[in-house]
Design a protein around this ligand. Structure first.
Ligand SMILES: [Zn+2]
Length: 144
């Protein structure tokens, strides 16, 4: 479906796989480089394919244990998408999903405080501690 070594516009085979966006040496159009879950393979895409890749990441993250747990507490996928787009705007590029997840956790805690819901706050903080611990131990965060 996506190209790994060829220009996504003119299909010219590239001598070197680029690490970041470049102009195609043949057609001069901008080639974007993105990582694709779950295998984290680098793909070369057109500008109009950027959102599709972002959606793949959003789906990947919201299928995770963390998000399923948050859903039980009333957090919605749209909350994740809003955070994704907010961080993307701030960083001017695709954010890391771990950063997006962390932002969603933080917002969820703030909401629970506003709702004066101690049980919900505690549940989210337990998840956050677990997330931080696994992240610092460099464990697989998304599929386990
Ligand atoms: Zn090209």
């Amino acid at each position: 479906m996506y190209h790994y070594k060829k220009c996504p516009y003119c299909e010219k085979e590239l001598k070197k796989i680029p690490l970041k966006s470049i102009l195609c040496p043949k057609c001069k159009k901008r080639i974007y480089v993105r990582t694709l879950p779950p295998k984290m393979k680098k793909v070369l895409i057109r500008k109009n394919e950027i959102r599709a890749i972002e959606v793949e990441w959003i789906d990947y993250a919201t299928d995770s244990y963390w998000f399923k747990e948050l859903e039980k507490l009333g957090i919605k996928k749209t909350d994740f998408i809003l955070m994704y787009d907010k961080l993307k705007e701030r960083f001017q590029t695709a954010p890391l999903i771990a950063d997006v997840m962390w932002g969603v956790f933080n917002n969820a805690v703030i909401e629970a405080i506003k709702e004066n819901n101690q049980k919900k706050q505690d549940s989210i903080r337990v998840l956050m501690d677990k997330f931080k611990k696994m992240e610092s131990e460099e464990k697989e965060l998304w599929v386990f």
